[in-house]
Design a protein around this ligand. Structure first.
Ligand SMILES: Nc1nc2c(c(=O)[nH]1)N[C@H]1C(S)=C(S)[C@@H](COP(=O)(O)O)O[C@H]1N2
Ligand SMILES: [Mo]
Length: 437
């Protein structure tokens, strides 16, 4: 079930928590001031102007500009997202709001496993990244300012999709955020290549994995626990598109997306793209950090019956994500006149691979027609498609979209293999169209 809550409700329950969650503002004893940096920019963006007296603004105060509305709870700086959970904040984007070729910041889903660091505490240029680990030859500690100055900058459009996107459709139901289709986006990111930094540190011959540790804290408040620490094999870390980024869509990373520095390894479950990045470990083994083991981001190595138990040694870590697509226009449920063509468009992506064809159907998959499909702007960016269809009669129709990757793998029309945590649902996206005379 979708959870639509009002901002007032969140503030009424716990105003300090709401304030901290939304703006990452630390509540001073005086309960005043201190909102600056990215937290202040997030609030400014939400109210639509700079806030000259921000330093006097009491903690726990909903800006009146946002309070005087009955709209369901919106994460400030976001537009139209569905909130799935507010402890921690998780929100997804309805398909028709992902219509832009480059996902705007206000339309990118948010997935947090823990409590983000306080934005007020962060001096972005002094932020430190440490690189060490068993297979790191020359451990390095570098500030964000040095990182920006020392390595060549790259700007790429890279798609990130939560491994659990589509989870809500699995039966028996899987625990976790009940994502429908909206935990995906493809913004433009700016940073340096991870491999340029790793080369500087020296990667030993026995290196197997590169892992991240970050500044967010465990929901329980226990400082000895981490919310998440994942990683990728060396070959993925060394790809030209694996980046350490500080900008999204030409602006500093927003607080909820990893300000001031994050890792981005596109095409894999987005959980490998560590936010609030503090430490990289070059490991001589498969990383064994939080959410690398057990059922987290792992699926049965061989297909199983829905609901069947799987032994730990039969679970495999998810790597490249499967081929998938979205219909971003029209919005599901529209009315359409029968004598007119209906234009359709959307995006398609295929993990490390490329999409080679996109088909649509208006007869529940009985027949398919090929759409026009663009090449990706750069490797690991999603690809745009468009086509138009006619309807033979009045009544209820569904438009289905199905992508096929370069290996000939196609999206399934029904649910793919059940797995305990409900990962990797790449079933075809569908929208409803009511055709009338
Ligand atoms: N430090 C840290 N990095 C993290 C997470 C987190 O909770 N903490 N969540 C991961 C998961 S599960 C996902 S899907 C993506 C979500 O990225 P976004 O919130 O920028 O869309 O961040 C990943 N990186
Ligand atoms: Mo995720």
């Amino acid at each position: 079930m979708k959870k639509l809550r009002g901002m007032h409700e969140l503030y009424a329950e716990d105003e300090i928590y709401a304030d901290e969650m939304l703006w990452r503002r630390k509540t001073p004893l005086t309960r005043r001031g201190f909102l600056r940096g990215a937290g202040l920019s997030a609030m400014s963006a939400a109210v639509g102007a700079s806030i000259p007296f921000a330093k006097y603004m009491p903690a726990g105060l909903i800006p009146a500009a946002l309070a005087q509305t009955d709209a369901p709870f919106e994460i400030p700086g976001k537009n139209g997202l569905m909130v799935l959970n507010d402890r921690p904040i998780n929100a997804e984007t309805p398909a028709h709001l992902l219509d832009d070729r480059v996902t705007p910041t206000n339309r990118l889903f948010v997935r947090n496993n823990g409590i983000p660091p306080f934005t007020d505490d962060i001096e972005p240029l002094a932020w430190r990244l440490t690189i060490e680990g068993e297979s790191c030859l020359r451990p390095l500690s570098i500030t964000l300012e040095e990182l920006k100055g020392r390595y060549k900058r790259h700007t790429l459009q890279l798609q990130i999709e939560c491994g659990g996107n589509g989870r809500s459709e699995f039966y028996p139901a899987a625990k976790g955020n009940q994502w429908t289709t909206g935990a995906i986006g493809c913004p433009e990111w700016t940073g340096v290549r991870l491999r340029d930094v790793l080369d500087d540190c020296g990667v030993a011959r026995d290196a197997v994995y590169v892992a991240y540790e970050a500044a967010d804290t465990h929901l329980s408040g226990d400082p000895t626990k981490r919310p998440i620490s994942r990683g990728v094999p060396i070959h993925k870390a060394m790809e030209a598109e694996s980046l350490l980024v500080w900008e999204m869509n030409g602006e500093p990373l927003p607080p909820l997306h990893g300000y001031p520095l994050r890792l981005l390894c596109a095409g894999w479950p987005a959980s490998v793209s560590g936010k609030w990045l503090q430490r990289l470990l070059i490991r001589d083994r498969v990383h064994d950090g939080e959410k690398m083991t057990g059922q987290s981001y792992r699926v049965p190595c061989k297909p199983i019956e829905p609901g069947e138990a799987v032994a730990d040694q039969d679970m495999c870590i998810i790597e490249s994500m499967p081929v998938k697509s979205l219909i971003t226009y029209p919005k599901s449920g529209i009315q359409h006149p029968r004598d007119q063509k209906l234009n359709l468009r959307g995006h398609a992506w295929a993990g490390d691979d490329r999409v080679r064809r996109l088909y649509t159907s208006v007869d529940f998959g009985a027949t398919w027609q090929a759409a026009k499909l663009d090449k990706p702007v750069n490797r690991l960016a999603w690809q745009h498609w468009q086509t138009s269809v006619r309807f033979p009669a009045d009544g209820y129709f569904e438009v289905w979209a199905r992508a096929e990757d370069d290996n000939g793998e196609s999206q399934p029309m029904v649910l793919p293999g059940w797995n305990p945590r409900g990962y990797l649902n790449n079933a075809c996206h569908r929208v409803a169209v009511m055709v009338h005379a």
